[in-house]
Write a protein that binds this ligand. Sequence first.
Ligand SMILES: Nc1ncnc2c1ncn2[C@@H]1O[C@H](COP(=O)(O)OP(=O)(O)OP(=O)(O)O)[C@@H](O)[C@H]1O
Length: 342
Amino acid sequence: MLEVSNLEVRLSSFTLREISFTVGKGEFFLILGPSGAGKTVLLETLAGIYYPRQGKILLEEKDITFVPPEKRPISIVYQDYALFPHLTVEENIRYALHFRQQKAGLSWRKLVDFLGIGHLLPRYPDTLSGGEKQRVALARALAASPRLLLLDEPLSALDPSLRGEVGRELKRLNRELGLTVIMVTHDFSEVFSYGERVAVLFGGRLAQLGTPGEVFRRPASLEVAKFVGMENLIPLEREEGSWFLLGRHVNPAQNYPEGKLFAGVRPEDVRVSRLPLSLPYSWEGEVESLVNTGGIFKVEVKVGATRLTAYLTGHQIMEEGLRVGERVYVGFAAEYLCLLKA
Ligand SMILES: Nc1ncnc2c1ncn2[C@@H]1O[C@H](COP(=O)(O)OP(=O)(O)OP(=O)(O)O)[C@@H](O)[C@H]1O
């Protein structure tokens, strides 16, 4: 339903370039990336706030590259809600009806019921909680009956319990209304809860596009690996044309004739045990530190001069009887090993 090809957007001190991707009808598509990567600029270009210098945006096969924002069937919701403070909730939502470009869409009643905001209609935005404001902002965005909903970190200003509640509402909107959604997020747990595909932006470029599983377990580069929390990144040794990881032979699927290779493994895929592990990649080491990070323990095991990080549950720590200074075995299955070029 959305086709973005070779987009280039130049701002005074920032350029978004070579951005190409497609989003299917009814898809929940996510955009991830470090601060300043260009996530908001990309959303705002789709919304028509910036015009590209190059490239095309097709929405349902119609070229909308230079269509003004108010003529695009696209709504955008920001993290700070951006409600009009001098208008009541009802007036805020009705305002958006002027921009409705298609007869079809949710009726007023259905919209209000769907988001459960009937009791808030006479109130002013200042008197609403964060979750209520975000629901009103969503209602206003949906009142315009968009084909595509753009969300710029809509959950980040909410406390954790509201985040789950509003998040589930977003997924319901997407599923029950068949609405196509593109959402920017900083929160990795949201990626697995909501996203079908993820685009990772770095420095104005698309660094990777894939399913959450691909991006988190098969990052396309070292920088993406670091960004998505692949904490174990260990340089491989090269001896007589073969590659080794801490002395264990590694057989890359591809040929890497030269340069430096890193082994990447997610800490949640690393096992630590007091008994030898029957895994192709395992070593003997010593527990160097054990830190409770709120239910999950970060365990660092020293293997020679290298430190391997594992995330384990309190239950696993107790079962294994792990303690700092203990001799243990640490390792992972071959399927969790990801090779990355430096
Ligand atoms: N109107 C503008 N004019 C010039 N530069 C801009 C403009 N808007 C954004 N930028 C710059 O473009 C770059 C990307 O900004 P953007 O807001 O898209 O980042 P982001 O990935 O959304 O970051 P964050 O996660 O911090 O919100 C930044 O360096 C920002 O300063």
